[in-house]
Design a protein around this ligand. Structure first.
Ligand code: ADP
Length: 507
């Protein structure tokens, strides 16, 4: 049996380990999830929320332990685990606990007059067995939020956590067990790409994937083959736009945080910082000052932890080297040839970057801040939209109208004005990307409804013997013609409408 070894990337220390699921065991896992669906889906939302409350209380009780597991598994400081991984997860749960019943209850809708005598409503039916595949950068939040969203509407779930952070996956498995969820309502399948691929092929009823564009495309292909609906939450190359009239001190502190938080391993981190030319030099100095203050390490005295995944370090290294080889200037940081630690990358600022450098086009996912000057509003909108991605963006200016004007023109799933990233922390807002950043939205009402079939129901009392549009058609043409003219005409003619309607009823 294969074992996933937990290793602290910041220290190299060996942690606990987790047993990988055998590929042959996947059909049984599917069967168990489908069986569990039969009883779980029959509970009321209120009954299911009772389990979710237990889960939330358990997480609050063990919050410090959880923060440490995340920190050890990812190399980030515990403060970052707490603020950026645990807090948004708990807040999403609180939101779901207070809104799920209302969101998922049947909704009465209007019925047009042409369907006289009928009533209509929408019902939310769970889809079945949902597969959630999650990544390593926020291993708790990006696994648990889709999992609990799928559960409350009555789905059962198989979670395939990232093999890069197996101990957070193990903690999630234990949390569900201790919260008393019925057997097999949530099953955690530990393993790597192969396990993910086999689970996708096993035809779950829905796939919720968070990860790279490359894997997202593979999953979408398999899903298309079996007509499985999906949500794909993929990468970003987010623009961070600073106009000369912004509060520059705030913008500089904001840019440094938005580019370097979680060591830049954030799908919504600032990956391209556009600065109005008038203040370019001044702003560069402010950024340098702020960046030089940052402390690296893996305890609570540190601002920036290590990278989590060695493969990602190599991608970042390649991109920085490519930019420098093409003539970019290393304004802050260390040349990649001199990086001395395998997993810590010094926060880096690059300037004078040629437009065709990889770092301007490809997602970096590391603590690198590329600075690009612009001359005016029109130009920066073109620059910002000139990417295959479109997840988040931020606009910094004291001119409210300009901020809104620019925000409206950015092709992006979200825009934050005079701050960055935080849109993800408001669970009332939808979350998701445009272009290669993904397909679909979650969070908010939408985040619960995606896991349901929206079922349209029309009710007739069944007392009348027939309907006007039923057979026979003979002799009805003229009456229908006049009925529709009186109904759809510029001014509704109710008298004629009723006359024709009653005539049709008699035929
Ligand atoms: P990264 O390389 O940054 O970890 P991935 O997109 O490869 O991003 O990984 C995100 C998640 O997708 C992980 O849980 C991983 O195991 C899983 N995964 C990778 N390849 C596949 C695949 N072909 N099918 C299903 N899941 C996969």
């Amino acid at each position: 049996m294969a074992i996933l070894e937990g290793i602290n990337p910041a220290t190299g220390e060996k942690l606990d380990s987790v047993e990988e699921i055998e590929i042959q065991a996947i059909p049984l896992l599917m069967e168990k999830g489908q069986q569990a669906f039969k009883s779980w889906s029959r509970l009321t939302t209120k009954e299911r929320l009772h389990y979710l409350r237990n889960l939330k209380e358990l997480m609050v009780r063990d919050i410090e332990k959880l923060a440490q597991v995340i920190a050890d598994d990812t190399g980030k400081p515990p403060t970052e685990s707490l603020v950026a991984d645990i807090m948004p997860t708990l807040d999403a749960m609180v939101h779901i606990i207070s809104h799920a019943e209302k969101t998922l209850q049947p909704k009465k809708v209007k019925t047009p007059l042409l369907l006289i005598g009928k009533k209509s409503y929408v019902e939310y039916m769970p889809r079945g067995l949902v597969l959630v595949i999650s990544p390593w950068n926020y291993p708790l939040q990006l696994a648990l939020v889709p999992v609990v969203s799928a559960l409350v509407s009555g789905n059962t779930v198989i979670l395939k956590p990232s093999e890069v952070t197996p101990l957070v996956g193990k903690s999630i498995e234990e949390l569900f067990k201790h919260a008393g969820f019925p057997n097999d309502v949530v099953q955690v399948a530990h393993g790597g790409k192969e396990v993910g691929a086999h689970l996708t092929e096993a035809k779950p009823d829905y796939i919720f994937f968070t990860g790279s564009v490359r894997t997202g495309k593979i999953i979408q292909k398999v899903a298309a083959e079996h007509l499985i609906p999906t949500t794909l939450e993929l990468g970003g190359k987010d623009p961070f736009i600073v106009f000369a009239d912004a509060n520059l001190k705030r913008a500089a502190k904001g840019a440094v945080w938005a580019a370097f938080t979680n060591s830049g391993q954030v799908c919504m981190s600032a990956e391209r910082v556009f600065v109005e030319r008038k203040i370019y030099n001044q702003f560069t100095e402010l950024l340098k000052e702020e960046t030089e203050k940052l402390v690296q390490g893996n305890d609570n005295t540190a601002d920036i932890g290590s990278m989590t995944y060695k493969v990602q370090v190599d991608i970042v290294k390649r991109q920085v080297k490519d930019a420098l080889d093409r003539g970019a200037t290393l304004t802050c940081g260390i040349h990649p040839d001199k990086w001395s630690h395998p997993m810590f990358i010094k926060p880096t600022i690059l300037t004078d970057i040629p437009k065709d450098a990889e770092i301007v086009q490809e997602e970096t996912f590391g603590p690198i801040l590329p600075l690009i000057p612009f001359d005016n509003e029109e130009e920066v909108i073109v620059f910002a939209n000139d990417t295959e991605y479109g997840l988040n963006a931020s606009v910094w200016t004291s001119d409210k109208m300009k901020a809104r004007r620019v925000a409206s023109q950015l092709i992006s799933g979200a825009v934050v004005i005079n701050d960055a990233i935080v849109s993800v922390a408001n669970h009332h807002l939808p979350f998701g990307g445009t272009k290669h950043s993904g397909i679909g939205r979650y969070h908010g009402e939408e985040g619960l409804k995606i896991f349901c079939h929206e079922k349209a129901i029309v009710v007739d009392s069944g007392k009348r013997n027939k309907e006007i549009q039923w057979y026979p058609y003979e002799g009805k043409y003229e009456d229908f013609l006049q009925l529709f003219k009186s109904y759809f005409g510029k001014k509704k003619d109710w008298l004629h409408f009723m006359k024709r309607y009653l005539r049709l009823l008699k035929k």
